[in-house]
Write a protein that binds this ligand. Structure first.
Ligand code: NAD
Length: 458
């Protein structure tokens, strides 16, 4: 690890922030436009890298990574001027005569740490929001997706002025060293285990953090659901990127009455979407490495296998697989993060809500139901980051909904305005006029002053 080089990059960021603090919105937009153009010019390279890292197809790479990033840039270019405006607020009468306002200011130097599963989108999206808000960024992309991390670094270096956005490639060692440094904000996406380390490190410098973590996302299907449509949408959300999606339905939690029917529909959909032999499907991504492959394989047992289960170790591929589970099973202890879908049943929705609430709070939750009261029950009584009614994962695709978890699945959010706010400190200001100075707050106090104060403050 080249510590000197890393410190030099941080030094450049501090210099950039000192000299170009409050970078004009026009300049922020200019940088984002350049980023947009450079991404467009490099679509081929990005697609190739994603294919090498994860065997992602061209369509999936564009739909779930490149396209979403371009969309977020367009949104920010369009809205960042409005977001950056000073916001006037009403001043209490007791402060007469004054103006009150909130002034959006960048935090300064932001550290972004990203994971391997959507290695392009999850590295670039936080940068877009941070740059729109006027910050400098140091990105540490994942070492586990090296091809994409390299292309990301090239694009960043071509796009941004030195000190505006910097990249440090590397793994745990580099990341630990970066966490020792004093940044103004840390934005981390990855596992809950490492999220805890990041938060502990940030606490030493009182650095604010956003943590985008993982967890087990339940997918409830009740007896009123449209079964074939539910199956189609579950298969889409679960097996996209071979199940390596933080908001993928981790397990199906269905009413016992409909279990067999739902399984049949899901099996039909797997064949419809991935073909009879999904391993041979060239557009079906692979597991990131042998460790993940072996973890997935270990969940498949002779006595729990419902559908799928074939694998090819050389190509790190495992078929979309359904297994029968209960909450005590190994597959239900941690986030799965692969193409294994446990099917768990409940006999009443109250029981389902209680069991979900016994788990750490999930990043996402999905409910397939045509009963408004069942939908309401789940939305009102389960805590989770976000989700969908009668669909999966699409809530993260737009710039108008903030995206993030709570407690074990994270804190804070981003995308669109939520992202701009994440990387912005709002200075609350009162601009007091000099022509009048109401005397009641000053000593010596009197009965009359007390009476007037009570009139204002009630
Ligand atoms: P990870 O936590 O292992 O790695 C993420 C980043 O942390 C990498 O850049 C890595 O180099 C760094 N890192 C790893 N170990 C470290 C350590 N001991 N000290 C300091 N830094 C360290 O996560 P991952 O395996 O890359 O990603 C998978 C996890 O991320 C899953 O749990 C998934 O749910 C979650 N995830 C969450 C989101 C979200 O938006 N909420 C998105 C994608 C993935």
């Amino acid at each position: 690890m080249d510590e000197k080089l890393i410190l030099e990059k941080i030094g450049l960021m501090k210099k950039f922030q000192k000299e170009k603090r409050m970078l004009r919105v026009k300049d922020r937009k200019q940088s984002l436009k350049k980023l947009y153009q450079n991404i467009k010019l490099n679509i081929g390279k990005i697609t190739e890298a994603l294919h090498k890292d994860l065997n992602k197809s061209e369509v999936e790479s564009y739909m779930t990574e490149i396209g979403l990033v371009l969309n977020e840039i367009s949104y920010m270019i369009k809205h960042c001027r409005k977001f950056s405006k000073i916001k006037k607020v009403v001043t209490p009468l007791s402060q007469f005569h004054a103006k009150s306002f909130q002034m959006p200011c960048p935090y300064g130097c932001v550290l972004v740490i990203s994971p391997w599963n959507y290695p392009f989108m999850l590295a670039i999206e936080p940068i877009i929001d941070a740059v729109a808000a006027g910050n400098s960024v140091l990105l540490k992309p994942s070492e586990i997706s090296p091809y994409t991390s390299k292309v990301v670094a090239e694009i960043i270096n071509e796009t941004f002025e030195r000190g505006h956005v910097e990249v440090v490639e590397g793994g745990k060692e580099e990341c630990s060293f970066l966490l020792e440094q004093d940044f103004d904000y840390i934005f981390y996406t990855g596992s809950t285990r490492v999220g805890k380390i990041v938060m502990q490190k940030a606490a030493e410098n009182f650095t604010p953090v956003t943590l985008e973590l993982g967890g087990k996302c339940p997918c409830i299907v009740d007896e009123t659901a449209n079964m074939s449509l539910a199956a189609r949408r579950i298969v889409f959300g679960k097996f996209l990127n071979c199940g390596q999606t933080c908001v993928a339905p981790d397990y199906v939690y269905c009413h016992s009455k409909i279990k067999d029917k739902l399984i049949k529909e899901i099996e039909k959909e797997i064949v419809r979407q991935y073909g009879i032999s999904s391993i041979e499907n060239k557009d079906y991504p692979r597991l990131i490495n042998l460790k993940q492959f072996n973890t997935m394989k270990s969940f498949i047992k002779e006595d729990n296998l419902i559908f799928g289960g074939k694998f090819d170790e050389e190509r790190l591929k495992i078929e979309p697989t359904l297994i029968s589970s209960t909450f005590d099973d190994e597959s239900m202890q941690d986030e799965i993060f692969g193409p294994i879908l446990p099917i768990v049943t409940f006999d009443s929705l109250d029981e389902a809500v209680e069991n979900i609430n016994n788990y750490p709070k999930p990043l996402a939750l999905y409910i397939f139901s045509t009963s408004k009261s069942n939908q309401d029950k789940v939305l009102n009584y389960c805590d989770f980051g976000g989700g969908c009614i009668n669909d999966t994962i699409i809530h993260i695709a737009g710039s108008r909904l903030g995206f993030g978890g709570l407690k074990q699945s994270g804190m804070g959010s981003y995308h669109g305005k939520a992202g701009f706010d994440t990387f912005t400190h709002y200075k609350s200001m009162v601009d007091k006029k000099n022509w009048l100075d109401l005397p009641m707050r000053y000593q010596p106090y009197s009965k009359l002053k007390y009476k007037i104060i009570k009139l204002f403050l009630k």
